[in-house]
Design a protein. Structure first.
Length: 178
């Protein structure tokens, strides 16, 4: 089975259920709003219209991609956890899915912070040198975060489709010890 097929079948299995689809759309909209709201709220004098005027087409595209992938990762991990297709305990499932979610949120903050004032207010504790370094490499950071989320989605899809041999072996060992 190809990687694209694994992605699509895993996503289809989850999103064809109404509760997961509605949760996905709700989280997607919330994340898009949140990623724009954070800089608006944290910078004095900033408003939604001004923040949107700062965003370039690439920034908006990256925010859409990150919101979509982060919400998809969250919903697929919820499905996986509820249907016991995950390895080991709930802590393992949360930690595996949490990495994709956290990288998505962090990258989205970089994507919304397209000016040095925004980044300085969000990451002032890092120092101005670090802020400018992060600004110079923000697109690389966002692309790396997207890749991490895609890896997370791939392995979550394998768990959902019961294609993960390691997951199946650990589940068998867990059932024999109980």
């Amino acid at each position: 089975m190809s990687k694209a097929t694994i992605y699509l079948e895993g996503i289809n299995r989850v999103l064809k259920q109404k509760v997961y689809f509605v949760t996905f759309v709700t989280v997607f909209v919330f994340l898009m709003w949140l990623f724009i709201y954070i800089p608006v709220r944290s910078i004095p004098g900033n408003d939604f219209a001004f923040q949107m005027s700062l965003l370039k087409s690439l920034d908006i595209l990256l925010l859409l991609a990150l919101s979509l992938l982060t919400s998809l990762s969250l919903v697929m991990n919820m499905y996986s956890f509820r249907h016991k297709a995950t390895v080991g305990s709930g802590v393992s499932a949360i930690s595996q899915g949490g990495l994709g979610g956290l990288t998505g949120v962090a990258a989205s903050i970089f994507g919304t912070a397209s000016c040095s004032t925004c980044v300085a207010s969000l990451f002032g504790f890092l120092g101005i040198g670090t802020v400018f370094l992060l600004l110079d490499y923000k697109n690389y950071i966002v692309f790396a975060s997207i890749m991490l989320i895609l890896f997370s989605l791939y392995f979550t899809s394998k768990k959902i489709l019961n294609l993960c041999e390691e997951c199946n072996n650990l589940n068998l060992r867990n059932h024999t010890h109980t």
